[in-house]
Design a protein around this ligand. Structure first.
Ligand code: FAD
Ligand code: UDP
Length: 366
């Protein structure tokens, strides 16, 4: 065996594992099928702007240990995510807060907002919400659901809100204060200079092979390492023997626009069904950029097919049950550790991926 560990995937999970293993004197090889490192947090410079190639990434956590961990590799700015939602010709603040409600109903106080929501859901009789629609209605009422949630969610997930799990909408804060901060997290920001350099630092001194697909590589190098850390799709690893897990993917249409400020905000969501994209990102605003031009990305959400990049696991009942079958195989394989968004088939944010990676490190590399 040439290496102690073969790590598959240079995203956050694989790179943290590789970094910590090397620190403990292990011999590590890390591979990625993409031509670059950093997985979905990859950023690249266009017009001197750090562009989030695989979608907007805002770091946020309430866990001080995680915050301090990531701060070893970057300094973070004071960006606070405050997206705008456009529904037809109406503009609202997100997440759902007093700015949203006062504009929607021309009211001023939290009590008025609560009364309006209560009135809108009075005869729906939702006691314990069973799906995303019931969850959303019971939290914010009919108007906000229909204008700001239904269309966006059905575009994003390609499924009816009644067929989606309630937890997806619980990711968003709901506040009866005038506060447009999209996250409740204690710590938040964007790494100054982009995310790629975080991964560069983690992988410093580690052997990396890019444009290398695990499944081809392992056929030619079956005895390359004692153990494998796999952060690709768990169903692909097992050759889809129980069938395909479903994923959503995003098509990013990125464009340089010859204007200094295109939309005045980093994130603008288009919540009506008829607009084909879910949101437009203007990358420079993540870092308060003053460059003469700007770069925008329209995000089109699509169902995943073999051969394209999977992004979002679809954690509904059918897929969760299918994942469990794969997970049984994974647990039985003592030479392979599965991790990350695709390996664990979990809708993890970056902070949760770091937490999961550090947990794996603690279990595996004592
Ligand atoms: P990945 O970054 O996907 O890394 C997996 C790597 O494995 C990839 O580089 C892939 O090429 C490689 N790989 C896969 N299969 C193989 C194979 N067979 N052979 C070789 N290599 C392989 N989180 C936040 O905290 N804040 C946000 O604002 C945020 N926004 C997001 C927006 C979008 C559009 C998406 C999709 C995710 C967002 N996330 C956000 C989540 C964040 O991207 C993930 O939590 C994190 O990047 C996952 O890291 P990972 O290492 O698990 O996976
Ligand atoms: N959502 C919505 N309207 C919006 C923004 C979000 O209905 O304007 C819903 C949608 O169902 C989405 C979920 O809230 O999947 C979580 O949003 P988030 O911004 O956390 O999604 P992600 O970061 O995964 O893109």
């Amino acid at each position: 065996m040439k290496y102690d560990y073969l790590v598959v995937g240079t995203g956050l999970f694989g790179s943290i594992f590789a970094y910590e293993a090397k620190k403990r004197g292990k011999n590590v090889l890390i591979i990625d099928k993409r031509p670059h490192i950093a997985g979905n947090i990859y950023t690249e410079k266009i017009e001197n702007i750090n562009v989030h190639t695989y979608g907007a990434h805002i770091f946020h956590t309430s866990d001080k240990t995680i915050w301090e961990y990531i701060n070893q590799f970057a300094e973070f700015n004071n960006y606070i995510n405050s997206p705008i939602a456009i529904y037809k010709n109406e503009i609202y603040n997100l997440p759902f807060n007093m700015n949203t409600f006062s504009k929607m109903w021309n009211i001023k106080t939290p009590q008025e907002a609560k009364n309006e929501i209560a009135k809108q859901i009075a005869n729906l009789n939702i006691t314990s919400p069973k799906n995303l629609e019931e969850q959303a209605l019971s939290l914010v009422g009919k108007d906000v659901y229909e204008k700001l949630i239904k269309g966006y969610t059905e575009k994003q997930w390609g499924r009816n809100c009644r067929d989606l799990p309630a937890f997806i909408i619980k990711r968003l804060p709901l506040r009866f204060t005038y506060d447009n901060n999209y996250f409740n997290a204690r710590y938040q920001g964007i790494p100054i200079g982009g995310y790629t350099s975080i991964i560069e630092k983690m992988l410093n001194g580690i052997e990396i092979r890019l444009s290398t697909d695990y499944f081809d590589f392992i056929k030619q190098n079956p005895d390359i390492a004692e153990k494998t850390v796999f952060t690709g799709s768990i169903d692909e690893f097992f050759n889809y023997r129980f069938g395909h897990l479903q994923y959503r993917t995003v098509n990013f249409e990125t464009e340089v626009v010859d204007t200094e400020n295109y939309q005045g905000n980093a994130v603008v969501n288009y919540t009506e069904r008829e607009v084909p994209y879910t949101r437009i990102i203007e990358h420079k605003h993540f870092e308060f950029g003053t460059q003469p031009k700007t770069v925008i990305s329209r995000e089109y959400s699509m169902e995943w097919k073999p051969g394209i990049e999977p992004y979002y696991p679809v954690n509904d009942d059918v897929n969760t049950a299918l994942f469990e079958k794969y997970n049984e195989l994974a647990k039985a394989d003592t030479h392979v550790i599965f991790g990350g968004r695709l390996g664990n088939y979990k809708y993890y944010d970056m902070d949760k991926v770091i937490e999961a990676a550090l947990k794996t490190v603690a279990e595996e590399l004592h």
